[in-house]
Design a protein around this ligand. Structure first.
Ligand SMILES: NC(=O)c1ccc[n+]([C@@H]2O[C@H](COP(=O)([O-])OP(=O)(O)OC[C@H]3O[C@@H](n4cnc5c(N)ncnc54)[C@H](OP(=O)(O)O)[C@@H]3O)[C@@H](O)[C@H]2O)c1
Length: 318
């Protein structure tokens, strides 16, 4: 198959290029600079320069593609993101989905794949949910839901299959967010949010190692999937347990607990909301439908692998 990947230089995208290439597919990866060209080529793909907000720049790269994938994002990586950071993220999600579905129609692709986030449907009371739950978007996830809807409508209108994979929180050795957390754990600046007089309890989150996020998407493409699924590992985890496990693998001290109102000053209110709202969900439907198993079934396996990868590459946070 010929596969066009937008976001091919990202944490998920570069794994997609690598895995599709390994499975014998032709991959064209969207890039924006020389470094991007180098990343895509090193994973066995062909780089094509363009921008998801510029339709004309995309069509040439996607010529004859069987599958179009929108894995571009501008999820803020700053410790305290601004309103403008989130607006840019909205543009990439919404304009990107409009342009890339238009591209899929233009090149007569069979399938379009949209990664999304499971936390668009997290429940107000923090209870477990699945694909059938009513969405419950907030400021940072409204645009993910809008992108899902753009994709479904375009698929119906133009007759291509649409697979929406809502992922849990990504972690992996290349993830900027995970590297920030590791740096802050080692320096003693990573709080566990919640507790104290005005504090809120921390959350239970569903997460997934990026290697598994990519293998699930490759499976969905090779199975001609059409539908919406949650892709997470086997065990939702309390943020506190995740951070403590991470600290232990890094030989750092346990992070200390600070109340939510105080954490807002350090990591911003959107990150506090993320770390204090539970989003436990399940991969049951995806596993039932496809022959897929995560390589890292729990955060314990995955975090250990991340730290091992850093040790192999001599990455240090001291
Ligand atoms: N991170 C998570 O925890 C998480 C969780 C669930 C779902 N997801 C979803 O998974 C997908 C991939 O996320 P990720 O974490 O792999 O992202 P990432 O590592 O931040 O990579 C972002 C990618 O988007 C590209 N990009 C940004 N703006 C662009 C533009 N205007 N035009 C073209 N490309 C642009 C970047 O290219 P450059 O290299 O040129 O900047 C990069 O390739 C997204 O749909 C995201 O919502 C992420």
């Amino acid at each position: 198959m010929k596969i066009f990947v937008a976001g091919a230089t990202g944490v998920l995208g570069r794994r997609l290029v690598e895995q599709f290439n390994t499975n014998g597919h032709d991959v064209v990866g969207l890039t924006r600079d020389e470094e991007g060209d180098r990343i895509v080529s090193s994973q066995g793909g062909t780089p094509h320069r363009g921008d998801v907000t510029d339709y004309e720049s995309l069509v040439g790269g996607a010529e004859e593609a069987d599958v179009v994938i929108h894995a571009a994002t501008a999820i803020p990586t700053a410790q305290k993101p601004t309103a403008e950071d989130w607006e840019q993220n909205d543009r990439i999600r919404i304009e990107g989905a409009k342009n890339l579905t238009r591209v899929a129609a233009e090149v007569d692709a069979n399938q379009y794949v949209q990664p999304s986030v499971v936390w668009v449907a997290r429940q107000p009371d923090g209870s477990k949910f699945d694909e059938s739950a009513d969405p419950n978007p907030d400021r940072t996830t409204k645009s993910a839901l809008e992108a899902e809807s753009i994709v479904e409508t375009a698929g119906e209108e133009h007759g291509f299959d649409t697979a929406i994979l809502r992922y849990g929180w990504f972690y992996g050795p290349e993830s900027a967010q995970i590297r920030n957390i590791a740096e802050n754990l080692v320096s003693g600046d990573m709080p566990i949010v919640g507790g104290g007089l005005l504090g809120r309890k921390d959350a239970t989150v569903s997460c997934i190692h990026v290697e598994d996020a990519a293998s699930a998407l490759v499976t969905a493409v090779e199975s001609d999937a059409s539908g919406l699924w949650h892709v997470v590992d086997e065990e939702p985890v309390a943020v506190e347990s995740f951070l403590k496990q991470f600290a232990s693998e890094l030989n750092a001290d346990d992070p200390s607990r600070i109340p939510g109102w105080l954490a807002r000053f350090f990591i911003g209110k959107d990150n506090v909301r993320f770390f204090t709202n539970s989003m436990p969900t399940t991969n049951r439907a995806f596993k039932r439908e496809f022959d897929w198993e995560p390589t890292y079934p729990t955060y314990r396996d995955g975090v250990e692998a991340v730290v091992e990868a850093w040790e192999t590459e001599n990455v240090s946070f001291v």
